[in-house]
Write a protein that binds this ligand. Structure first.
Ligand code: SPQ
Length: 419
């Protein structure tokens, strides 16, 4: 595992560039866009509502303005993507038409009540399946009024959905979170000319503004880089540099944890790109030790916890992950799926309602493991396999959700990957 790579564009930022570009006046030109199943789902839904998007590099979005979306003639297909579903719910709440969002079996288990509750308070009618309002979800948009919403979860998808609805609402809309979640929406809305006020854990927008399209340069996805940072940390003799990675502090908790575990990690060439901090990251192999991960750190690394659990299994000592109940409602129940594949590979893992305890230092061995259709589980298992030996990952096609070039990059660094 030696070399320099670039990872694809950030998934969260790519979704937002498409959505905000669609709602803007004028053209939005996106470079470094993530070409993946999830971002294609967002583009497909926008096209179904009359937005023209030219594929390629750059991607060009021909904005229709805040009030220019057309009623779709069919159900909007959001695939495996929670971000597409929840952010679109916020936008649909402000439309003068009705639309239904549906996705795959994994999405069909994910709770949408967290978004439906505030959108209903703002005046939209939202219906879904069962007590958690799971998809298919139907949004009857309408005249909205601003609310001051205290979210029970630190979730950028909830915050973004409410703020997007707030652009259509009368008066001020605010969201207060228990802990700060990723702030890409706030940063990008400002770049599109919207005044977004921030006061501690509260974010505010006014209704009735106008978004103006422009250039968005998407940084490399730290959630994709994470697999290579951990791989370099655990494979003897490894040294990997990942160039141009987004290191927004609300996303970069993995860097703090790797340092706390004793990893040899350097950050260089720090710069800014369309309002987002970016840097090159280098990790060299070295001994890791256990750590504690919890509290306000969790939203800053929620998607990296599966691969950090792999690092913990390879570290000396115990790692305790707490306050991460949110992992249970991701593409799979990630506490259950991570615990299971690590145990199958020889690790000692205790599962908790809100996290896990990993007793590191037991040598990992190859196994047949299941991804449960979850891209981050499949890629984390592939990283574990680099030290465990030949491992068969079932459901590895899920990787295309966020990182279709993952196996090619892994091969390029010297790993043997079949299939
Ligand atoms: O889009 P989706 O399916 O929810 O993707 C995931 C992922 O692992 O890629 C979560 F399963 O990322 C979320 C992330 O966990 C993307 C996201 C965003 O772009 O706003 C925010 C986080 O979710 P949440 O629920 O904490 O807001």
């Amino acid at each position: 595992m030696r070399g320099e790579i670039r990872v694809p564009g950030d998934k969260s930022i790519s979704h937002r560039a498409l959505l905000f570009g669609a709602l803007a006046e004028g053209e939005t030109v996106i470079t470094g866009f993530l070409d993946s199943e999830d971002t294609h789902a967002t583009a497909g839904c926008l096209r179904a509502m009359g937005v023209t998007i030219d594929d390629g590099d750059p991607v060009r979005v021909h904005g229709v303005g805040l009030h220019g979306l057309r009623a779709p003639t069919d159900t909007l297909w959001t695939g495996n993507s929670g971000t597409t579903t929840r952010l679109l719910m916020g936008i649909l709440a402000g439309q003068p038409f009705t639309a239904t969002l549906a996705g795959d079996a994994s999405l069909g288990r994910r709770p949408m009540d967290r978004v439906a509750v505030p959108l209903r308070q703002m005046g939209a009618e939202v219906t879904g399946q069962g007590p958690r309002c799971t998809p298919p979800v139907t949004v009857h948009g309408g005249a909205l009024h601003g609310i001051a919403y205290a979210s029970p979860v630190a979730s950028a998808q909830v915050k973004s959905a409410v703020l997007l609805a707030g652009l259509y609402a009368e008066g001020t809309t605010s969201v207060t979170e228990p802990q700060k979640s990723r702030d890409h929406t706030e940063r990008m809305l400002r770049g599109f000319g919207i005044d977004v006020a921030e006061d501690g854990l509260t974010v505010r927008v006014q209704g009735g503004g106008t978004l103006r399209g422009g250039a968005v340069a998407v940084p490399g996805d730290i959630s994709a880089a994470a697999f290579f940072l951990v791989a370099a940390a655990i494979v003897p003799g490894a040294e990997v540099t990942v160039r141009g990675v987004g290191v927004n502090p609300t996303r970069a908790g993995i860097l703090d944890v790797l340092r706390a575990m004793g990893a040899d990690l350097t950050l260089s060439n720090a710069r800014e790109q369309t309002g987002e901090p970016v840097a090159d990251l280098t990790v060299r192999h070295g001994a890791l030790h256990g750590t504690e991960i919890g509290g306000g750190l969790i939203p800053r690394l929620i998607d990296e916890l599966p691969v950090l659990a792999v690092a913990a299994a390879c570290a000396q000592g115990t790692t305790v992950i707490r306050d991460a109940r949110e992992l249970r409602v991701k593409e799979s129940d990630r506490i259950a799926t991570v615990s299971r594949f690590l145990r199958d590979m020889g690790a000692e893992v205790e599962e908790h309602e809100d996290g896990m305890t990993i007793h590191g230092g037991h040598p990992l061995h190859g196994a047949v493991v299941e991804s449960d259709g979850d891209h981050r589980i499949a890629m984390s298992a592939a990283v574990a396999a680099l030290v465990a030996g030949a491992t068969e990952i079932r459901g590895a096609d899920a990787i295309a959700t966020s990182f279709p070039t993952f196996t090619a990059l892994l091969r390029g660094l010297g790993a043997r990957v079949e299939g």
